[in-house]
Design a protein around this ligand. Sequence first.
Ligand code: T4K
Length: 396
Amino acid sequence: MNTSSFALFGARPAFEKSLPIGQLYFPSWARYEAAFRGVFERQYYTNQGPLTQQLEEKLQQFLGVRHAICVTNATIGLMMVPDAMGLTGKVILPAYTFIASAQSLSWAGLEPVFCDIDPDTHQIALDRIGALIGEGVSAIMGVNLWGGACDPKALADLSDAHGVQLYFDSAHAFGCAVDGVRIGNFGRAEVFSFHATKILSATEGGCICTNDDELAARLRNIRSSYGAGKPVNVVKTANGRMSEAQAAIALMSLEDFPANRKNNEALYRRYEAQLQAIPGLQMIRPTGVSFSNYQYVVCGVDEREFGLPRDMLIAILQAENVIARRYFYPGLHRCIPYAQELPQYLDRLPDTDSVCASCIQLPVGAPVSAQGVDRICDILMRAHQASAGIRARYAA
Ligand code: T4K
């Protein structure tokens, strides 16, 4: 097959404007203006203002959780939780996640213990955790990836059996449910991200959820004295406050969640129907949930069957202005500082390494139309069909 139809080799890109990874759902300018008019009229811009309070109440109702504690972003939420839970020593987490999951432990003075993942679901490998629970481990941090879940009930059984605490990085899982129970209700605490690339967006933002009143009181005090409610003794305090501007956007985004989630699902199904016809591309379905936000479209690329290595496929797509990415790369055990400080994990996480080397994330969310999905799938099919020629031209 001819390779000259690809932008990488000089053809016009399939898309004029870049199609990024990321949800990027934003309200209309009119709604945005109305919400911001209120903020400016009140002249109250941050420090647990009325919109932040309203957002916390609405999140509690939506998630069915006792406490939703809004914060500036998920990273700071993850940094606050270990102190509030009184964690010490080491915390087990998967090596296949965003760097913030591990960095939050470093900020809290804790050592990460990296666990391998299940290559089919990309979630933490439950059967490898037991062997890692040893001297000094005080908790497991589950990470709910890709709009799926890492089996929070099995993790609860495991942590109970070993007498360690459990909490979750649920940055990817807003609105998802496990057996009808919304994520946000598992473990001692769960942290959501409201970054612009997430389905619930405050541009930057996040929230910590817990059903534990004491823990919530500590978290509210750590966040800052504003919105602390009952003052309790905490060793460290931070500034994790969400501004009124962030809360205004998040409130609109929460209102739009059902429609945005429905749009994601339609795009996901359209990808699914077409990708199954392309050899060597394996969609990672959001497993372990009864309800997904379909926030990500993630595929494994089998180089032998597809005909091209993952990174060559990314180069093809990016030249077409489809900003496909290799998430996450490399695994946390290969990132600074962990590769140097904890070299014992370098040869112990084969499934993480193989997923990092073969996984690709495709655009979904507001920037993508149904026709856009069709064109992306067409590029993928053509890339497979022309793989021998592409490899030869790429090498030349
Ligand atoms: N835990 C997990 C498992 C996470 O995935 C994350 C964050 C966290 C914890 C921490 O949550 P936060 O502290 O961020 O609330 C992005 C996001 O910044 C980050 O929120 C996200 N996960 C991570 C997986 O991805 P980058 O550096 O890869 O994003 P960036 O800027 O390259 O954006 C992705 C694409 O979207 C690009 O093609 C550009 C496009 N984009 C992005 C933004 C922000 C736009 O077109 N417009 C925009 O406004 O980290």
